[in-house]
Design a binder for this molecule. Structure first.
Ligand SMILES: [Zn+2]
Length: 290
């Protein structure tokens, strides 16, 4: 009996250690508050048609959730956090839609090379925008439209986080463990989960408006890749290695970019929702240069 109990203890420890080792894999998103900020900014920029469209899709949340008044139905800000939950539960096939990996030698995105299974951030934005724009003809399609709104809100946010368009080798900076102001962290976390609190931002206190060019999804991805290369993986002109210590210089370098990207994501998301509301989704990927 004791042996069996000992075996279970070992098994439990092994499972726990495996889970801890795998944990960085799960950190693939702006923290929840980053997503709330993006969607709050977007909601504020909707035109009248976009605003009533958003309200009508949100009002059908129960079609997806199977219950009324779920936490995701409380506000658009909360709806935009759902996709990080759904990728582990019910929508496991969407896990890879939260990022796109690019070879280290490439300077820009190519759909055929970087998204060969057509199941990455680029194609997911296009797919959900299309689903959102189609008038549903039954309950199943109404539920799909609710999911499409939640995915779109979330993924446009992820697209603007530079380390979601980066390198497979380091898991988007998750594996580059560093000391940040003396504390254990990693590059992904420094850009992603921690910024709102560190920068005094929240969905109740979002960053203010600025000039944002709308362009298109491939441009947003190329911008994120360039920012990852020049500003996330480097401090000044030095590449950051595992075990390095970074602090004030890195913080000063990245925080204006993080703020800019949150605002750009919000403005561009509003632009997309307004177009979906008008039944005229943008066809991004036809502009692909490959
Ligand atoms: Zn995500």
């Amino acid at each position: 009996m004791r042996d069996v109990r000992g075996l279970f203890t070992h098994l439990f420890t092994a499972v726990l250690l495996a889970w801890i080792a795998a944990a960085p894999l799960t950190v693939h998103a702006w923290g929840a508050e980053g997503h709330r900020i993006v969607c709050t900014i977007a909601e504020d920029r909707l035109d009248d048609r976009g605003r009533s469209f958003l309200a009508s899709v949100m009002a059908e949340s129960a079609e997806l959730d199977g219950e009324i008044n779920s936490k995701w139905a409380a506000s658009f800000a909360e709806a935009c956090v759902w996709a990080d939950d759904a990728k582990f539960d019910g929508y496991r096939g969407s896990y890879e839609q939260h990022f796109v990996n690019v070879p280290k030698a490439a300077d820009s995105l190519q759909v055929s090379r970087d998204c060969p299974a057509l199941n990455c951030l680029l194609t997911a934005i296009q797919r959900n925008l299309t689903h959102l724009s189609v008038e549903p003809s039954g309950r199943r399609e109404r539920a799909r439209r609710v999911a499409a709104l939640r995915f779109l809100g979330h993924l446009v946010g992820d697209m603007h986080q530079p380390l979601h368009v980066s390198h497979a080798e380091d898991w988007g900076g998750n594996r580059i463990r560093v000391k940040f102001f003396g504390k254990d962290s990693n590059l992904h976390r420094i850009w992603d989960v921690d910024p709102p609190k560190r920068m005094g931002l929240s969905h109740r206190n979002p960053p203010g408006p600025r000039d944002v060019a709308m362009s298109g999804v491939l441009t947003w991805a190329d911008q994120s890749l360039a920012l990852a290369r020049h500003s996330a993986y480097r401090v000044g002109d030095r590449e950051i290695g595992i075990g390095d210590a970074v602090g004030k210089t890195y913080q000063r370098q990245i925080e204006p970019i993080i703020e800019q990207r949150l605002v750009e994501a919000g403005f561009r998301l509003a632009w997309l929702i307004n177009q979906a509301a008008a039944g005229q989704p943008v066809r991004f990927l036809k502009a692909a240069n490959d």
